[in-house]
Ligand binder design. Structure first.
Ligand SMILES: *[C@@H]1O[C@H](CO)[C@@H](O)[C@H](O)[C@H]1NC(C)=O
Ligand SMILES: *[C@@H]1O[C@H](CO)[C@@H](O)[C@H](O)[C@H]1NC(C)=O
Ligand SMILES: *[C@@H]1O[C@H](CO)[C@@H](O)[C@H](O)[C@H]1NC(C)=O
Ligand SMILES: *[C@@H]1O[C@H](CO)[C@@H](O)[C@H](O)[C@H]1NC(C)=O
Length: 297
């Protein structure tokens, strides 16, 4: 299979650019895209470009990414290109945008000049309504039933487990996300709604085909159903009420115990008092009687 044949080559190539340092000898004839990752490769390292067919490696004059590949933290980066221009893969300098039908580099939609109605055509799957398909600048403006062009690119990457895996990226000039290019008929079809059977991500409105069914895209926020919200609220209220009732019962019981304790104490005190009074009365009575008996008549 693909995987076992590619593995040694992939490991040998890696993804780093060439090895010739700044000022070294190079040839632009060796400029190419890596056959697995489609990354731009030349004789020069990732921070340099080759000046001519028989030239030298020189520091790049522009960069495309905010954080480009191949620079250490403390080196100063070449500038980004101003609006209306782009930095090509080589990085030799900013160029003006390519008009409709002109040549562009693989999946570099932002190299193409934007259509007048770019605000309507712009989507996450193109650059301001322009798209680079089969190395040609196009507008992503084909609608239902119009002929369209598809571009398939196969990427082979090393997975986290060290095994290579392939990804096929299919792009077309239909107006996204409303339409996609039906490869069998070569015309734009309406994108499939959530839950429809699908065979590729781009067929779905959400651009996510999971095991043959159009699904929500992975970044979709989780939507909690109303009944789950209601159940959660009821559970919280129920727990609060149960706690209140429990505390009230415990408090009442404590008060009752305290009350009986106090009542018993008073009863006991009363009975002591009565006993003492009875004792005193009896003693007084006895003394009176004895006095009466011995008194001279
Ligand atoms: C490139 O330069 C080398 C010497 O620097 C020379 O021998 C060779 O012929 C040149 N090749 C081309 C295609 O100009
Ligand atoms: C799209 O156009 C706007 C305004 O013209 C610009 O600021 C933005 O950078 C463009 N985006 C791309 C991806 O070219
Ligand atoms: C798409 O844009 C091209 C170039 O402007 C134009 O010729 C074509 O008619 C447009 N297609 C649609 C459906 O608007
Ligand atoms: C692109 O790939 C799809 C399947 O994903 C296939 O149906 C179509 O024919 C391919 N198109 C080209 C131009 O290779």
């Amino acid at each position: 299979m693909i995987v076992s044949t590619y593995a040694p080559i992939l490991l040998a190539l890696g993804v780093l650019g060439g090895s010739v340092g700044h000022g070294g000898h190079c040839s632009t004839e060796n400029d190419h895209l890596d056959m697995f990752t489609h990354k731009f490769m030349s004789d020069c390292t990732d921070s340099a470009f080759c000046t001519a067919p028989n030239g030298t490696c020189e520091a790049r004059n522009c960069r495309r990414d905010e954080y480009p590949f191949g620079y250490s933290v403390d080196t100063s980066l070449p500038p980004l290109c101003a609006h209306g221009s782009f930095c090509p893969d080589e990085g030799d300098g900013c160029r003006v945008l390519v008009p409709l039908g002109g040549p562009c580099q693989l999946e570099r939609d932002e190299q193409c000049s934007e259509p007048e109605n770019w605000m309507e055509l712009a989507s996450p799957y193109n650059a301001n309504g322009s798209i680079c398909i089969q190395s040609t600048c196009m507008y992503a403006n084909a609608t239902l039933g119009q002929t369209c062009v598809t571009d398939n690119t196969t990427y082979v990457e090393l997975g986290p487990d060290g095994n290579p895996y392939t990804i096929v990226v299919s792009r077309d000039n239909c107006r996204t996300p409303y339409f996609y290019c039906d490869a069998t008929q070569g015309v734009c079809s309406r994108s499939l709604p959530w839950g429809s059977p699908c065979s590729a991500d781009r067929e779905c409105e959400q651009h996510n085909c999971v095991t043959g069914i159009c699904a929500d895209s992975p970044e979709t926020p989780l939507r909690v159903p109303a009944w789950q919200c209601a159940l959660t609220i009821l559970s919280i209220l129920g727990a609060m009420a149960a706690t209140c009732i429990f505390l009230t019962i415990v408090h009442k019981r404590q008060r009752f115990e305290q009350y009986t304790e106090l009542r018993d104490y008073y009863y006991e005190q009363m009975s002591y008092r009565n006993d003492i009074i009875a004792l005193h009365a009896a003693a007084a009575d006895k003394i009176t009687r004895e006095k009466g008996a011995h008194a001279p008549r």
